[in-house]
Design a protein around this ligand. Structure first.
Ligand code: MRU
Length: 362
């Protein structure tokens, strides 16, 4: 790790989402958690693309970091000696990586950062560009961890002054597994817990891929944060009974007006939170904000393989002849979001001008 002290955040070091040791990227296989802790090895771009597509690795920031390493691996994999061949090889591999997921903007953000290295080093020789690409991927990973620690600190500030311990509800997995470490929504939960401010976390199971039940619960268990798992349709019950003080979730893409796309089911939670007058927080790095997408209407929503709905852990639960659909994300409207917690601080509605200000100052 570079400069700066991250030791106070090291309690989750037992969750290691990715391990880079040139030229191999190892990813904890999130399809197999919580029953098996095995790593999926990527030695070429095709394996990296498969890992993202098949959800070995998932979660917007982790997808971005993985894709950046995918570009570094593509560069290391180049066998020729001519610069124009290198450039077309890189174009092709970056384009393959960009087709792996649709909604998480961090994928395209990371690929653009890697492309910029190639463009900015137009005059450099191939070996030099390769080294710069590796450095950039490592930098993206390090920055992500550092940003997540700031998300935790900024989340703590939002809850400052509250003396009662909190009961929070989260959806999907926005934890260490969805990032380089510490998480986004779970960064706030972790920091609150370490400050003695968490009574309990309610974990939505998050059908169909079960990121909540399989991944978030696994992370909370490892860190001994008290929690229980519910099926998604039980959230309204707990919220209506006053058992939830705040809903805290991550995001895959935030539009310029604050509309936030996140795992399917988030839209319903945001409406429930508003109806029952409890705060609804989005926690995400600025790299998840897509300033070029005006509103949530313009966010492309990935529709995944119908088998994810047809099956639970590989076992069919409905007959083949029954039609199913599988949109993977929905959009919480800005008007139903209490605050968006970023590394630059928490922003409160109206979001558009504050989001623009963050981008203008960069
Ligand atoms: O389909 P997934 O598992 O990649 O979706 C992940 C989510 O929706 C997360 O909540 C979001 O990416 C935030 S992760 C820090």
């Amino acid at each position: 790790m570079g400069n700066g002290d991250l030791s106070k955040y090291s309690g989750d070091s037992n969750v290691c989402t990715l391990k880079w040791k040139r030229p191999v990227l190892k990813l904890i296989d999130q399809r197999k958690l919580p029953f098996e802790e095995v790593y999926f090895e990527c030695t070429n771009t095709e394996e990296v693309a498969e890992a993202i597509k098949e959800m070995v690795v998932r979660g917007a920031p982790a997808i971005g970091v993985t894709a950046a390493y995918g570009v570094a691996i593509a560069a290391l994999d180049f066998k020729g000696s001519r610069k124009d061949d290198f450039l077309s090889h890189m174009d092709e591999k970056i384009s393959d990586l960009s087709k792996t997921r649709t909604t998480a903007v961090n994928l395209f953000w990371a690929l653009n950062r890697m492309k910029k290295i190639i463009i900015d080093n137009d005059a450099a020789d191939i070996g030099e560009v390769i080294e710069k690409l590796i450095l950039e991927a490592e930098k993206i990973e390090e920055e992500d961890l550092r940003i997540n620690c700031r998300l935790g600190d900024n989340g703590l500030k939002v809850f400052e002054g509250r003396d009662r311990k909190l009961k929070v509800l989260t959806h999907c997995n926005a934890g260490a597994l969805a990032t380089s470490g510490y998480g986004t929504a779970l960064a706030v939960v972790r920091s609150l817990y370490r400050a003695g401010k968490i009574e309990n976390v309610i974990v939505d199971e998050t059908r169909p891929f079960l990121q909540g039940a399989r991944l978030t619960a696994w992370e909370l268990h490892k860190e001994k944060i008290p929690f229980f798992i519910i099926s998604d349709n039980m959230a309204g019950y707990y919220i209506s009974k006053g058992e939830v003080d705040a809903v805290i979730v991550g995001a895959d893409r935030i539009a310029a007006n604050g509309d936030s796309a996140n795992k399917i089911g988030t839209l319903g939670l945001s409406i429930l939170a508003k109806y029952y007058r409890i705060p609804f927080y989005i926690v995400a790095p600025v790299s998840t904000i897509d300033i070029n997408t005006e509103t949530g209407e313009d966010i492309p929503i990935e529709e995944r393989d119908e088998r994810e709905v047809r099956e639970v852990l590989g076992k069919a639960i409905i007959p083949e002849y029954m039609p199913v659909r599988n949109p993977a994300f929905d959009v919480a409207k800005a008007e139903n979001i209490t605050a968006i917690i970023t590394e630059e601080g928490a922003i409160f509605p109206p979001f558009d001008k504050k989001i623009k200000k963050i981008f203008d100052s960069r």
